[in-house]
Design a protein around this ligand. Sequence first.
Ligand code: NDP
Length: 597
Amino acid sequence: MTDQPDACTGLGFDPEELRARYRAERDRRLRPDGSAQYIEPTGDFGYYVDDPHAVEFTRQPCVDDVDAVVVGGGFGGLIAGARLRQAGLGSIRIVERGSDVGGTWYWNRYPGVRCDIESYIYLPLLEEVGYVPTEKYTCGAEIHRHAQAIAETFDLYREACLQTEVTGAEWDSERGRWTVTTDRGDRMTARYVVFACGVFGRPKLPGIPGIDGFRGHTFHTSRWDYAYTGGDQTGGMHRLADKRVAVIGTGATAIQCVPHLAADAERLYVFQRTPSVVDERGNRPTDPEWAGALRPGWHRRRRDNFLAVVAGRADADVVGDRWGDLTRHFQAELAKLDDREIDDPQRRELAREIADFRKMNDIRARVESIVDDDATARALQPWYRHDCKRPTYSDEYLPAFNRPNVTLVDTEGRGVERITANGAVSGGVEYELDCLIFATGFEIGRAHPAFSGPPIRGRGGRTLAEHFRGGIRTLHGFTSHGFPNLFCMGLSHNAVAVNFAHVLDDQAAHIGAVIAEAEKRQAPYVEPSVAAEREWTESIRRSARPNKVQAECTPGYYNNEGKPPPVRESYTGDALEFAELMRSWRAGSGLAEVLPE
Ligand code: NDP
């Protein structure tokens, strides 16, 4: 960024000072081991991912033929199932690791769990299921019930294989079918396979020295142990009344569970490495009059409006929450520019940065206005750009630090030093604990199922991972040449948006429409031509730009712990543009690229 003194006078803050502070804060968090600092919950740590909700059972293996196998029963898989049902498929089998559908909302049942995007736009298929959530940001239990309602509405439980993990998928060219195998001995065949494995599937643990030596009780937030804590997702953890509890991590999960732990534990220590952006929430019950007046198409209109607000091209903000703030600040900065300046990319980038400083100054001021103790307030102030980490929203998290039983242990960017048999050490001080809770997030890695899932073998036995050896190759992120009738949902070569459930719905709608057309034409299979795959892949690579802002960000999973890939592998436009592109592709001659005449 070049210095632009004129633009920076009269701001009430010094951008250069803030830049220097952000750099210094990032530098003390950068670690040479990057993502390798985390350990996988396998082997001795495998118990961290045991399913506390599952009851062991046996069943006969499925050796049968279905129209479609959908791998994953989270929102992605459920919406895909629903759209395939609408496309006219009869037998649809969801295969899911959990003992029920719901994905993230099955696993994450920690106290205080809620969606952080407004429920009316986050929950999918609301009009199809005939439901309006009871709160603006509703609780995890209600979201899980909605996942179940989708499965019921679209009759997806009937053929589902739960508590089952797919171990492989192989295309049989002669029969024109996929063979899908599982860890329960299933060997089913299917015309279509959809991979919808989600992004936050596997919890991760920090590789803190001594982590395996703690003698107290311990668990990860995505496997909350209510047998130990008592209570439920609404709190009331009476068994913690005489316990010293610690939470490691201060991301979106911790922000939601800390207020409940603060209310229920005898003592709570919150070990912080990097403070989150904690913005206003303003949750409220749904107004029945408003819900009753909603007109058909409301859900799509509201969701599209939110995407347009975040992308900075909406006339009105229907949702009206803090997600739109940064864009509003940016637009206000742009309004100050003359015609020449507005066309200058450097000047626009400066306007964006000033908007960010303004927003983050508000966030830091909010901490000071809520937290009584000055040192604690200072430690809770985030010093990085707004979108370096997922922003969080809570009206209860910051006040929790005013309670006498709650201590913020600020590790000043270094993380917990050591875990001992009796507790956790930071700054040379050992904090004695009865219970240690890891709110340390999930493995993201390369989210494409070709890399993170079971082997997927296409024509000639070649795996999708082999096909991607020189980089991901797809048409629109969904399909790849040599892998007929295989569809992948996710982030690669596709749109990304903060309301990811919306993106998943658009993806499922596209897959459903392509399959419906294939069925109508009685096409033997759907597969992109070599040329179509090459063209899309090249267009993604051409438009990909090194993410300069992320490269300068404090480390986290957004930037691969400070080592962002040189270029993004996602579509560079916004999700509304991508959905429009898919619509016109389907309406024009695009389908000829995947469906033989
Ligand atoms: P995150 O990855 O966001 O946070 C992990 C936390 O653990 C960070 O604060 C990290 O610090 C900290 N940490 C890691 N290692 C150490 C260590 N050695 N010592 C101290 N602290 C450490 O995980 P979450 O589970 O909070 O959230 C994951 C994602 O899930 C969110 O970003 C969000 O997208 C989603 N989510 C969505 C919700 C919703 O409402 N829809 C609710 C909850 C989560 P540091 O920042 O320094 O790395």
